[in-house]
Write a protein that binds this ligand. Structure first.
Ligand code: PMP
Length: 370
């Protein structure tokens, strides 16, 4: 028998998912845990969206879709993008979730050895997809206040820098960068001729200020967004990308020979989802955010998050993330150690996309174990 390990490509070896797996293994025996670890909304897919999905399946819309997405969805998205950004050279296509869009962007733009800058703490997928394409991650720390420092960003830029990835509101911090910060990054990318990828998956979950895309300040920015979070459609796999036509055409070519298309019936659900007002959900999450921050204020240091449904408090003094998570699990609570999202082990992530009852229980346990 061959050693199958030798078959595994080197590009898969420099990242792993063992940290998160370890936590779920530990929590596997909990019966009714207070689970503040989940990265998806706790509300169900809105009924009209479910109906459209089922109807599409019943109507036989189950074959391949056009690579760029069904016109009923793509044209709606294009109209929305044109109305908000008004760029001449900005095209939209539909992809397999935001993850698909992110993967296509690095596959289409990153050559081996190219450097990609993003801010630490970061979304877990970034280091992995950059490794898969032979790029090099350059992480700019934004601890302890999660504010962006343009001097630090500029210092990280070299002649190998190809891309900056910006994610606001951010996973795992929930922080919404200010208009000034977003503009700063957008203009910095333009000044140095670097491609800006803006991951805007949480753009509808903002609580204090209206959302302004980085593309507003950089007409060449590539924006990646999706339906997973906004309409609780994480399993349906619909996302979209917009950016300069030539880049989009390249990403479409890569999509054609990899993902092929976003699931066809799910795209019909997406077209209906765009007509759904999510304000009531956002209003509920704002209340949960406020309750969580107030509930933890005495015992935890916490930067008040302006969006998404995460908070990223500092660990209590003298405990590692792993030990803290184990202690939480012993008290029936699931949270995620910050080291999964960072080079640093000093914080932990809470998702407050849970019922009010669970949130209260979570706050109580966190205060107990601090
Ligand atoms: N970007 C960020 C910042 C995320 O948090 C997530 C989901 N956790 C994604 C992208 C991917 O989402 P999806 O592929 O479901 O659209």
């Amino acid at each position: 028998m061959a050693e199958v390990d030798q078959w595994i490509a080197n590009r898969t070896r420099n990242f792993d998912s063992s940290g998160i797996r370890r936590m779920f293994d530990l929590a596997a025996n909990l019966e009714d845990p207070v689970n503040l670890s989940i990265g998806q909304p706790d509300f169900d897919v809105p009924q009209p969206v479910k109906d459209a999905y089922i109807q599409a399946i019943q109507d036989g819309k189950n074959g391949y879709a056009l690579t760029q997405g069904i016109p009923a969805l793509r044209e709606k998205l294009q109209a929305e993008v044109d109305a908000t950004l008004g760029h001449d050279d900005r095209e939209v296509f539909v992809c397999s979730g935001t993850s698909g869009g992110l993967m296509l962007s690095v596959l289409s733009l990153i050559n081996p050895g190219d450097e990609v800058i993003y801010f630490d703490p970061f979304f877990v997928m970034y280091p992995a997809i950059i490794e898969l394409t032979g790029g090099k991650s350059v992480k700019v720390s934004i601890y302890p206040d999660f504010k962006l420092d343009m001097n630090q960003l500029e210092d990280a830029i070299t002649d190998k820098t190809k891309m900056i990835i910006l994610n606001t509101p951010s996973n795992p911090t929930g922080v919404c960068f200010s208009q000034e910060e977003v503009k700063g990054v957008a203009e910095m990318a333009a000044k140095h001729g670097i491609c800006l990828v803006s991951d805007e998956i949480y753009s509808k979950f903002v609580y204090d200020e209206p959302y302004v895309s980085a593309a507003k300040h950089n007409p060449q920015a590539i924006v990646i967004d999706g339906f997973s979070k906004t309409y609780a459609m994480t399993g349906l796999r619909v996302g979209y990308v917009h950016g300069p036509r030539e880049i989009i055409q390249t990403m479409l070519k890569v999509q054609q020979f990899t993902f092929v298309c976003s699931p066809h019936p799910a795209q019909w659900a997406g077209a209906v989802a765009l007509d759904t007002d999510v304000t009531p959900y956002v209003d509920q999450y704002r209340v949960k955010r406020d309750r969580l921050c107030a509930g933890l204020a005495d015992k935890y240091e916490i930067v008040k998050p302006g969006g998404a449904f995460y908070a990223f408090p500092k660990l209590p003094e003298g405990i590692t993330g792993q030990a803290f998570v184990e202690k939480a699990i012993a008290h029936n609570l699931m949270v995620i150690p910050g080291s999964i999202f960072s080079n640093q082990d000093s914080h932990f992530r809470i998702s407050y996309a849970v019922s009010d009852d669970k949130l209260e229980q979570g706050i109580e346990i966190l205060n107990q174990i601090a």
